[in-house]
Design a protein around this ligand. Structure first.
Ligand SMILES: [Zn+2]
Length: 217
């Protein structure tokens, strides 16, 4: 079965999006699918221009099918103003090349919503590793965000399970991120929470994948 993994750092993944940082440029191999972005934990001011150029050039050549992971983090990383500026540039690239964004967001959802509105981006904004409750989910849904669930489901986080149950099923994905858990296990967990068969869930996410990743997959 096709267990699509929205976000992983495992370079061997063969059905999913392998998330790279610009310094991993040489890891790109034929036949795999990638995203690339500047993570808010790794913003190095001297490198920003060069890294944005790398990302834009890959986007232009069709070598990545999403921008990210990128985003905002109030707990870790450099000052928010700078994080916002780096993210803005990445939103511009995503818009220019029609590529979805895979976002890391920690305690900065208001800023993220604000940025989405201000940029007037028509891109799909996917929040990876989502662990928000229903109120936050609703607030983000109103702004058209997508969600990708992983670790929090495996940790039996009841609040996140409720969010998964309540969301629009056209707007979600599953992922492993840095975890070594097989993606199939995340699907099994999500199927159990949703009370659907694994086949239905796989088909649902395949449909979402085709709707969101219109180019390059
Ligand atoms: Zn990640």
């Amino acid at each position: 079965m096709n267990f699509f993994n929205l976000h992983t750092h495992n370079l061997n993944c063969d059905h999913g999006i392998i998330s790279l940082f610009p310094e991993q440029l040489n890891e790109i191999t034929e036949g795999k699918k990638y995203s690339m972005g500047i993570h808010p934990w790794h913003v190095n001011e001297k490198q920003i221009d060069n890294e944005l150029e790398i990302i834009e050039s890959l986007a232009k050549q069709g070598k990545i099918l999403a921008i990210g992971e990128c985003g905002l983090d109030k707990i870790k990383g450099i000052e928010m103003e700078k994080q916002i500026s780096v993210l803005k540039h990445q939103i511009e690239i995503s818009d220019k090349y029609n590529l979805p964004l895979i976002l890391h967001c920690v305690k900065a959802f208001d800023e993220l919503i604000q940025l989405k509105k201000e940029s007037k981006s028509t891109q799909r904004f996917i929040i990876h590793g989502f662990k928000g409750g229903r109120t936050q989910t609703r607030q983000l849904e109103k702004q058209g965000f997508y969600f990708s669930f992983g670790k929090a489901l495996m940790d039996n986080n009841a609040k996140v399970s409720e969010s998964l149950k309540s969301i629009d099923k056209r707007h979600f994905f599953l992922e492993t991120d840095v975890s070594e858990i097989p993606i199939e296990k995340v699907y099994r967990k999500a199927a159990e929470i949703l009370g659907v068969s694994i086949e239905i869930l796989v088909n649902l996410i395949e449909r979402n994948r085709m709707a969101v990743f219109v180019t390059g997959y």
